[in-house]
Design a binder for this molecule. Structure first.
Ligand code: C6P
Length: 405
């Protein structure tokens, strides 16, 4: 699917055609996105929301058009609900700071799950330390799905927020986020969805999902690095304080009293990444032209094929086998004598054959510890991957396993 639009993919790595299966870490960029960055700096670079001059007006218009595109992408009610950040991690830290300052008190609780990325653990942990609050953790069932019965038991009148990944970056599984949101809302608790691994692979509708917050990164969806989104329902964003102070986020400043700007600018201190937002807008146009549903279907078929091919190999464990997945599959291989082959060794031998995968703890140490392994090998797909990529990966993996016996 449109592989030729991505110039980086036509290169060789270690004299082999590149097979890029590390898309959950970051996706490659189509030429339209690369061109958008060059175009911005070549033709209309100027600071936004500050100048009456022509270039500043053009830059402001492009930045705000991109915000509209993001709002449409996730079906937000209005672009006021779209805050540009530096990435998922920044969005979560901002929310922890803003929500935490306003809403959390000693003895309160925040719920995350066992399979979260560090970015959806550490900011809440730091907040809990500041506020003398407690972090609660949704456990996993034996099949590695979230234990929603246990989640019901964790929800209490002390719970202030639930923050859970929609799709696990390690396991690739799609969590029962609708059920989590429904159960939390029954208790009047808001939910933040970490969409870093879901927005690129699923059709996202925040109004239908009814999540209170959604965070994701542009770079995992064919956009530039250094740009992310914090979506929040307007009624929440209106009542939350800004997380950071500076230019852009103010209405009026004096030493006696500063008043804040309207949404979404209240949460955007300093010069924003307007070149990044413009380029992300082009990435959104690009995926919408292909069709988000078609992309989701293509990736679903690829991930299914990948899992089925892995299942044919002996002495290999696919994690969360058979559960609904979006984008990523994690596994480990064992020697014939039952000893685990270190995922780094597998990763290095795959790289030598031109295949890029991620190995290690994937910034989700609590999950890896729970699995009682040093890490996993993770292959993750994007719209430009093909069944031939999977075949090349499996052939390279077979060779690697043979060498590591
Ligand atoms: N996961 C991976 O290889 P940033 O780095 O801010 O763009 O995204 C952080 C993040 C948060 N939540 C989830 C579910 C994620 O997958 C990630 C990023 C990459 O799995 C890089 S560690």
């Amino acid at each position: 699917m449109n592989r030729e639009d991505f110039p980086i993919l036509s290169q060789q790595v270690h004299n082999r055609a590149l097979v890029y299966l590390d898309n959950a870490a970051t996706t490659q960029k189509p030429q339209v996105v690369i061109d958008a960055i060059a175009e911005a700096y070549s033709h209309w670079n100027a600071n936004v929301h500050r100048g009456v001059h022509h270039l500043s007006q053009v830059a402001t218009q492009k930045h705000e058009e991109a915000r509209e595109k993001v709002a449409q992408l996730i079906h937000a009610q209005s672009s006021e609900e779209i805050i540009f950040t530096k990435g998922t991690t920044d969005s979560l830290n901002m929310l922890a700071r803003s929500f935490g300052d306003a809403m959390l008190h000693e003895g309160d609780e925040i719920i995350v799950s066992q399979l979260e990325h560090h970015s959806n653990i550490v900011p809440w942990q730091m907040l809990c330390e500041r506020k003398k609050a407690t972090l609660r953790v949704i456990p996993l069932r034996e099949d590695l799905s979230l234990d929603t019965e246990a989640f019901k038991g964790l929800l209490s009148d002390k719970t202030r927020l639930v923050s859970v990944a929609h799709v696990s970056n390690v396991l690739g599984i799609v969590n029962p986020i609708e059920e989590i949101i429904r159960l939390a809302h029954e208790k009047g608790v808001p939910v933040c969805v970490d969409g870093a691994q879901s927005v690129p692979h699923l059709v996202m509708d925040v109004q239908q999902l009814d999540c209170d917050f959604l965070v994701f990164s542009a770079h995992k969806m064919y956009g530039p690095t250094g740009l992310g989104i914090l979506y929040g329902k307007k009624e929440w964003l209106d009542q939350l304080p800004p997380a950071e102070g500076g230019g852009e986020m103010i209405e009026h400043v004096s030493f006696e009293k500063t008043t804040y700007n309207v949404l979404p600018y209240k949460f955007e201190a300093g010069t924003p990444n307007y070149v990044g937002s413009h380029a992300f807008g082009k990435a959104i146009d690009y995926v919408q032209e292909i069709g988000l549903e078609q992309i989701a279907e293509h990736e679903h078929e690829l991930a299914k094929y990948l899992e089925a091919q892995l299942a044919l190999l002996p002495n290999l464990r696919v994690y969360a086998a058979g559960l609904p997945k979006a984008g990523a599959v994690s596994f480990n291989v064992y020697r014939e004598d039952g000893v685990l082959i270190h995922p780094f060794d597998v990763g290095v031998l795959l790289d030598r054959q031109g295949v890029a995968v991620r190995t290690g703890h994937h910034c989700a140490e609590p999950l890896i510890e729970y699995l009682q392994v040093p890490g996993t090998v993770r292959a993750s797909v994007a719209l430009y991957n093909t069944p031939e990529d999977i075949d090349a990966f499996i052939a390279a993996l077979k060779k690697a396993i043979m060498m590591l016996q």
